[in-house]
Design a protein around this ligand. Structure first.
Ligand SMILES: [Zn+2]
Length: 348
């Protein structure tokens, strides 16, 4: 397959760029507009659904295939402004509060203003609170300290902050010399970047889709209904391209493309999953087949919403998911190779 080192380079760059655009579920307009610009420049027809997903037609004919990834990420919302001028949060998506402790954040007001802050525990100073390590992390003890000179509810309101404002977390995106990507929100920005490179290869005329191929980029995955709508009605096979789970006894690591056989929503389609395994074997990819015990994907949601499709889940291995995540450029490359191997052929 004609995948060059430059393709991997590009995926790393795109992942970094995407991770740095704040897009907590519900506040995804900026990243959506970025994606629209990219796909328009590549020359593909793009349709935005009413709830904000993007459906991109890549071409090809026969046995319609849809590849789904999500561009929304974890985040939070201001629940209330405390009398101290700190913010109480309500989280968006699933993660323990210690995963965001000490993280810089942005508060996005409804009027479009962005303010900086840091997420801290109420007993943050060890020189004052000897037992601060033992403080239970709850939505009462983990709060946003706004980086403005404020110490009352009124002063915070004067800044324009209100309950219902979104909070996004500093992704702290880093690419190491050894090829690791460390960042929040690699779930699922890394896969969005993989699909973007797949589209770019088609746009450059290096590969052609083997069958009618559509990308579905969703914006409500982290709260569980991204894939419920927007899947084209004629879809035969629906494959979620989403992070592979890493840890404990699972075989996936940060270098592999992971093929999920079952997650908490049940088994994935046996034949389609087997087809993916065969492609991975034929191309001698570094891959693993795993069961993700605490995971659900947009394609499970699509099935629950009534779509009659064969479904599968693949993606780059991502360590420390929903925290400060890590993957490696090799995982992006293996994922791209698998998708190209399954869905396209060399031109000519
Ligand atoms: Zn995800």
């Amino acid at each position: 397959m004609p995948i060059q080192p430059a393709d991997t380079e590009r995926m790393v760059e795109d992942t970094v760029e995407l991770c740095r655009i704040p897009s907590p579920t519900g506040l995804t307009k900026r990243v959506r507009e970025h994606l629209i610009r990219v796909y328009e420049s590549l020359g593909f027809p793009i349709r935005q659904t009413r709830k904000g997903a993007l459906v991109i037609t890549l071409g090809g004919s026969g046995r319609p295939l849809a590849l789904a990834a999500h561009f929304d990420t974890l985040g939070a919302m201001v629940r209330s402004i405390k009398p101290t001028g700190r913010l109480r949060l309500n989280i968006i998506g699933g993660f323990p509060l210690n995963h965001i402790e000490r993280e810089n954040c942005l508060i996005h007001t409804r009027a479009g203003k962005t303010l900086e802050g840091c997420i801290q525990i109420t007993e943050a100073s060890v020189h004052v609170f000897r037992e601060s390590g033992k403080t239970e992390r709850t939505d009462k003890t983990v709060e946003v300290v706004i980086d403005e000179k404020v110490s009352s509810r009124e002063e915070v309101k004067d800044l324009g902050i209100r309950p219902g404002d979104f909070v996004s977390f500093d992704p702290r995106t880093v690419v190491t010399k050894s090829g690791f990507l460390k960042s929040r929100h690699l779930d699922d920005k890394a896969s969005v970047a993989v699909l973007m490179q797949f589209a770019r290869m088609i746009s450059e005329g290096r590969i052609v889709p083997d069958r009618k191929t559509t990308l579905v980029l969703t914006s409500y995955e982290e709260v569980g209904h991204g894939g419920a709508a927007s899947i084209p009605a004629d879809t035969h096979d629906l494959i979620a391209v989403d992070m592979g789970a890493v840890g404990d006894d699972l075989e996936t690591n940060e270098h592999k493309v992971s093929i999920c056989a079952k997650d908490s929503g049940g088994p994935y389609d046996h034949d389609l999953t087997t087809e993916l395994v065969r492609v991975a074997e034929r191309l001698e990819l570094d891959y693993a087949v795993d069961i993700y015990p605490a995971y659900s994907s947009d394609v499970m949601v699509a099935l629950k919403a009534g779509h009659d499709v064969r479904h599968a889940l693949v993606g780059p291995g991502v360590f420390a998911s929903h925290g400060y995540e890590r993957t490696h450029r090799e995982a992006l490359e293996n994922t791209l190779r698998l998708i190209v191997g399954l869905a396209a052929r060399k031109k000519g």
